[in-house]
Write a protein that binds this ligand. Structure first.
Ligand code: SF4
Length: 185
């Protein structure tokens, strides 16, 4: 495995300049801290009031990977309105990676893909899952007959061991070794 050499000479910066830069960045860092101290303030009454008085807290899990960290979803009238950490969750103990910490925004995103779509004559059209599966299966058949090596299978960090095993088997039976589990945690 290659290693990154952080020695100043390696980057064509003299040791003296390197130390000066380090000192300057320390000063800049203190400036940022001072500035943030100036902009922090107490929350006002509106900010402290509860905008969702009828919301219910629902225990759920983050689905962005197969770790399954806990999330408390605050739900009002069927809409996920606010996210809390699940400190009593046995696996994550209230912790999240950046994906799980922002799960509510992914779920409520205006650009979230909620159903299968197909592009026809330059326009996106909603189709059913059955139609989508039929189209994918038909195209996979064509590619397999032409040359299975032109297909690559990508897994997902959401996959557990067993699912990853299945997709590996499927790729092998399809006729290619082009596969990646795609877990990057
Ligand atoms: S590790 Fe991150 S992505 Fe995976 S379940 Fe936990 S919060 Fe979600």
């Amino acid at each position: 495995m290659s290693q990154v050499n952080l020695e100043p000479n390696n980057a064509k910066i003299g040791r003296r300049s390197f130390l000066k830069m380090a000192a300057l960045s320390g000063v800049a860092g203190s400036g940022v801290m001072l500035n943030s101290a100036n902009v922090t303030r107490k929350a006002d009454d509106v900010e402290l009031s509860n905008p969702y008085p009828k919301s219910k807290k629902v225990k759920t899990i983050c689905t962005a990977c197969s770790v399954g960290c806990g999330i408390i979803a605050e739900v009002e009238d069927g809409i996920w309105v606010r996210q809390e950490v699940a400190v009593d969750h046995p696996i994550s103990l209230g912790g999240h990676c950046c994906k799980g910490a922002d799960m509510i925004d992914m779920v409520r995103s205006a650009v979230r893909l909620k159903y299968p779509m197909v592009k026809e004559n330059g326009r996106w059209k909603r189709i059913t899952y059955s139609e989508a599966l039929d189209k994918i299966a038909a195209q996979l058949k064509v590619y397999r007959e032409e040359n299975p090596e032109q297909v690559m299978f990508l897994g997902s960090a959401k996959m557990c061991n067993e699912q990853a095993y299945y997709i590996r088997k499927f790729a092998g039976m399809y006729g290619t070794n082009n596969i990646d589990h795609q877990a990057r945690i």
